[in-house]
Design a protein around this ligand. Structure first.
Ligand code: HEM
Length: 424
């Protein structure tokens, strides 16, 4: 089969003609849809087999470098010559709508989009809220939240539920709300608002409206906390900044917004996919049920396997950078594909197999380098508690629909399941 090339592999920088598998040719636009959570796009493999990086055409029509090798992914993520600043011209957004891209660029910058000293300062201010010790202190409350939701599931006479609605979404949502000091009574409001913001295809006018509504909501919340502080992350951050004379309402809104989205959408999707992964591997699940010590490594493997934030780690080169034989020019967009890197067979033997005992903690599902996920200890804790408790309390849990009938999020920036019918 012969196709016209839209990938330029590193070291072979001219348009080539050959068949899939060569790593040189594909019609695909990137990111390529996963379809099923148990497959990685063949195009990612093709790039890695030929070279760890390639110039690809994004779904937006723009070109960007696609990093598919694990070692190179970590090197680029740790390299300060690559900027996270979304306001840069060639930032490789994957949303196809130009209005949406403009809106993303016009947003007040959050920590995720900062570089250098500005980023280090913003991150340092927040780090104390996410220490291992502080997170461990949340364990009893998270356990209680998980138990309450499982109690509710078990009280259903039908012995069936949509796991997304019953557990995957409410648990991280409640946890992040309590941590930030956001009234959970408002969760329907921001659930309805954050969901569309992490889809590629949400129309820009909808995006603009919900962004404005969220900003108004969070602004109001911050004003209330300025006037009447409570014991929560937002109040503490406000108090610290006011004491230092650095309080800025707009930056506080964008920090709250980032934490709310990051704390919500990621862990929720990982819970659903993790359950699918575990249920599809009953022999391995049995070992975890017998020995909870096996849950933490299992969580790492599930994080690696599904790498749900595949394209979140995107950058722009701020100067010419030599990567092996390839020069990345200043201004080039670069997508560090977490999914491709975490399926690199030189690092993870037989990467397309779920091996819950493999010891996969060096995955890049939480990124790497200065922007590595600040909430990773919290996410790990929530995932461990959910998987342990769910399968201990509902040992007969099973999927209530064939895998092919489960709607997976093919157009989302954060991969996951729309719904997950389960029964017991
Ligand atoms: C399974 C769950 C999660 C996954 C897979 C995940 C993934 C990621 C990734 C890949 C990055 C790096 C982005 C980059 O390099 O550009 C990141 C950053 C971040 N994450 Fe997470 N995340 C998860 C959960 C959380 C939670 C629960 C929170 C907050 C409570 C959180 C807050 C953040 C923040 C604030 C950043 C930005 C850090 C910085 O720019 O320095 N994440 N996350």
């Amino acid at each position: 089969m012969t196709e016209t090339a839209s990938i330029t592999t590193a070291g072979a920088s001219s348009t080539a003609t050959s068949g899939p598998g060569s790593g040189e040719v594909t019609d695909a636009e990137f990111p390529v849809e996963r379809g099923c959570p148990f497959s990685t796009p063949a195009e990612y493999e093709q790039i890695r087999e030929h070279a760890p990086l390639a110039k690809v055409r994004l779904t937006t029509g723009r070109e960007a470098w696609w990093i598919a090798g694990h070692e190179l992914a970590r090197a680029v993520l740790a390299d300060r010559r690559f900027s996270s600043d979304r306001r840069r011209d060639n930032f490789p957004f994957v949303s196809t709508d130009p209005e949406t891209r403009k809106q993303l660029q016009d947003q007040p910058i959050s920590m995720l989009g900062m570089d250098g000293a500005e980023h280090a300062q913003a991150r340092r201010a927040l780090m104390g809220e996410f220490t291992v010790r502080r997170m461990a202190g949340l364990r009893p409350r998270i356990q209680q939240i998980v138990d309450q939701h499982i109690d509710e599931m078990l009280s259903s006479e039908q012995r069936s539920a949509d796991l997304v609605e019953a557990l995957s979404l409410p648990v991280p949502s409640l946890v992040i709300c309590e941590l930030l000091g956001v009234p959970y009574a408002d969760h329907d409001f921001f659930q309805a608002h954050t969901g569309p913001l992490v889809r590629h295809n949400t129309p820009s006018q909808v995006r603009v409206r919900i962004q404005e509504e969220l900003n108004t909501y969070l602004g109001g919340l911050i004003d209330r906390k300025v006037a009447d502080p409570t014991d929560d992350l937002l109040s503490r951050q406000i108090a610290k900044q006011r004491a230092a004379g650095t309080f800025d309402r707009t930056s506080m809104v964008s920090m709250a917004f980032l934490l709310l989205i990051a704390g919500h959408e990621t862990t929720a999707n990982m819970i659903s996919l993790g359950v699918v992964g575990l249920l599809q591997h009953p022999d391995q699940l049995a070992k975890i049920k017998e020995d909870p010590e096996k849950t933490p490594p299992a969580v790492e493997e599930l994080l690696r396997y599904f790498s749900i934030t595949d394209t979140v780690t995107a950058r722009v080169a701020t100067e010419d950078v030599q990567l092996g034989d390839t020069t990345i020019n200043a201004g080039d967009g670069v997508v560090i594909s977490g999914l491709a890197a975490d399926h690199d067979p030189t690092v993870f033997t037989d990467p397309t197999r779920i091996d819950l005992e493999r010891g996969a903690r060096h995955h890049v599902a939480f990124g790497f380098g200065p922007h590595q996920c600040i909430g990773q200890t919290l996410a790990r804790l929530e995932l461990q508690i959910v998987f342990d408790t769910l399968f201990r309390r509902i040992p007969t849990l099973r999927l209530a629909a064939p895998l092919d009938d489960i709607p997976f999020k093919s157009d989302a920036i954060i991969y996951g399941a729309e719904e997950l019918p389960v029964a017991w």
